[in-house]
Design a protein around this ligand. Sequence first.
Ligand code: T3D
Length: 265
Amino acid sequence: MDEQPVLVDKREGFRVITLNRPQRLNAFTEAMHLALKAAIAEAEADTDCRALLLTGAGRAFCAGQDLNDRLARPGEKIVLGQTLEDHYNPLIRKLRSLPFPVVCAVNGTAAGAGANIALACDIVVAAKSASFLQAFAKIGLVPDSGGTYVLPRLVGMARARALSLLAEPVPAEKAEAWGMIWKCVPDTELIETAGNICNLFASGPTYGYSLIKRALDASMQNTLDQQLDLERDLQREAGNHPDYAEGVRAFMEKRSPKFTGRKSS
Ligand code: T3D
C-alpha cells in the first residue's frame, strides 16, 4: 500500500500538490483519488491559498487509471463508469471551478485520464521531455475526464479525432505549437517556471481571477450575445471588489498594488 499517494507542500500563498506513486507512473488508485480530493478541499478551505501547483513525482506526471485495478479474471466483467462518476468527473469539475488558478507542471508522460486532468488546469507548463497521450483507444476505451470536450476546443476537431483514435503521443513542444498547452520549457526549468507563475497568482487579484475562469469556461458554449451579457455582469462584480479600486489607485500612484486575496471575497 502507498504511504502517501499525494504530497502537499504549503508555500507562501499557494500549495504544491504532487501525485506520488512514481513506481506506477502516478496512476490513480481509489486511495490516490481520495487523497487528492482531500488535498484540494483543504487548499480551497484555506483562504491564504491563492493558487495550486499540480505535478507528479518521478519521471511521469500521471498514467491515468491504475490498470492493476482493472484486470478482469476469465469470465468476469469490469463495470466502468462508477469511477468517473465518483472521482474523475468531480475532480475535473473541481479544478475548473476552484476560486483561484491551478497551474499544472507536467514533468513527464501524461497519459489517459492523466493527460486530461493536466488539460483541465488553468495553465499547463510542460517539461520538454513530457508528452500527452490519449491512451484510451489502446485498451478499447473512450477519452474521459473531459478529453472529448476540451481537446477539440484546444487543437481542433481533426487533431482531436486523430489523437483519440490513433492514441499517438504528442511531445510537449508540439503541444505548445498546437496551442494545447501554455508553454514547454527545459526540464530543469519546469518547477521554477510553474512556481513563478504561482508566486504571481499568490499576490494577484484572486477574485478577479475566479471571474476570468468563469467567463472563459462559459464561452465554450455561449453565443456571442450571451457572452457579452456575462462579461457585463462579471465586470460589475469585479468593479465592486476592493481589488479593482486598489488596482486603479496603485496605477495612478505608480506603485505595485496590494490585492486582498480571498479573505475579503
Ligand atoms: O474507471 C475506469 O477505469 C475508467 C477510467 C479510465 C481512465 C484512464 O485513465 S484509462 C487509461 C489508463 N492508462 C493507460 O492506458 C496508460 C497505460 N500506460 C502506458 O501506456 C505506458 O505506461 C506509458 C505510455 C504511460 C509510459 O510508457 P513507458 O514505456 O514510459 O513506461 P512503462 O514501462 O509502460 O511503465 C512503467 C511502469 O508503470 C510499468 O510497471 P513495471 O513493468 O515497471 O512494473 C507499468 O506497468 C506501470 N504503469 C504505467 N501505466 C500504468 C501502470 N501500471 C498501472 N496502471 C497504469 N495506467
